[in-house]
Design a protein around this ligand. Sequence first.
Ligand code: APR
Length: 269
Amino acid sequence: MHDLHEIDRARRLLGSARRILILTGAGVSAESGVPTFRGPEGLWRTHRPEELATPEAFQADPRLVWEWYGFRRERVGACRPNSAHVAIARLTLENEDARLVTQNVDGLHELALEEAVSEGLSLGGSVSRAAPIRLHGSLFRTRCTACDDRTSDRHPVDAKSEASLPRCRKCGALLRPDVVWFGEQLDPEILQRAMGAAETAEVCLVVGTSGLVHPAASLPLLTRESGGVVVEVNTESTPLTEVAVSSIRGRAGQVLPSLLAVDRNHVVD
Ligand code: APR
C-alpha cells in the first residue's frame, strides 16, 4: 500500500512547479498488461538481450529477431492505456511547460493522448508538444536497413522464413524494427530535446523505470544538477531512489491519478 503522506508531499512539489519532466519506463505500462524487461516475469528473464536486441543479433538471424518483435507487436497491440497514461496525457495537455520523455516503444502514451484529445480534453493545449519524446523508438515503426526510410507499420509480421520478412517499399531491402538496440546510439536530436527538458525542469517525475539503462537514467541526475528535484513512483526501490526527494512505492496506475490531480489554486502565491 502506498504512503498517502508521501503522495501528498509529492503532489505539493508538482503543484508548485510549472516545468515538469515526466520520464517513464516499462512499469508505467505494466498494468496495461505489457511485460516489463527486468521484473519477475520480465522479457529479459526469458530472452537474452544480446540474442535479440542487438544489431549483431539481427545480422546473424533477422528471422528470429523479427519473430520476437512480431510477438511483442501482437501482444502490445492488444493492450490499452491505463489510468497512469491517461493522467500523464492530461497533464501534458494542460500544462504547456510539461514534457514527457519515454523509454517505452509500446505506443500507449500516444494512444492515451489521442483518446484524451478525441474526448475533447485537449483544453487548448498543443498535441504535438504533448507528444512523448521517444528515446528508444517505436515497436510500430520500421526502418530500412539500406535506405533508412522510416514508416509507421502495425501489420502482423510473417516471420516463418527470411523470405517472408518485411521489405522496404522503396528499395526492396530488409526492414528492421525502428527501435534502439543495445550498443546503438540514441538519435542525437531526440536525446538533445530530452536533455534540454531535464535541465530546465523544476521537477523530474520518474515513473516505472529500473534506472539501469543510460542515457535515459541520467536525465533525473541532470535535473538535480541543474537545481531541480526528482520524484519517483515505482513498486520497488531503484538506483534513482537515493536521488529522489520523494519516492512513492506503488503502482503507477494507482498513484498517478491522485498525484497529478494537481490543485492549481495553491500553485500561485
Ligand atoms: N508501477 C510502477 N512501477 C512498476 C510497476 C507498476 N505497476 N510494475 C513494475 N514497475 C517497475 C519495476 O519495479 C522496475 O523498476 O518498473 C520498472 C521496470 O524496469 P525495466 O523492466 O528494467 O524497464 P525499463 O526501466 O523501462 O527498461 C529500460 O531497457 O531493455 C531496455 O530498451 C528497453 O526501454 C527499455 C530499457
